[in-house]
Write a protein that binds this ligand. Structure first.
Ligand code: SF4
Ligand code: SF4
Length: 69
């Protein structure tokens, strides 16, 4: 089982992780603003995540962490 965590309040909504996911599981949450005033990234289907870590490696601010259980 994969646990992907996005530290929402550190996200700057750049969208790089959205483009990096080969499974297209990430999106910017249009309905939500974080403390910095950005739309943070969120995962749409945790069960479909293959833990490739492409998103985490791409994020310039190391906002995403991935743990395998
Ligand atoms: S770990 Fe891979 S499959 Fe999972 S959300 Fe990130 S880029 Fe997508
Ligand atoms: S790459 Fe990082 S800072 Fe940019 S949207 Fe994704 S989680 Fe947020």
């Amino acid at each position: 089982m994969v646990r992907l965590t996005i530290d929402e309040n550190r996200c700057k909504g750049c969208g790089l992780c959205v483009r990096a996911c080969p499974k297209q599981l990430l999106m910017l949450a249009e309905h939500k603003l974080n403390e910095k005033g950005y739309h943070p990234a969120e995962i749409t289907d945790m069960a479909a995540c293959v833990a490739c870590a492409s998103c985490a490696r791409t994020c310039p601010d190391a906002v995403i962490t991935i743990e395998k259980e």
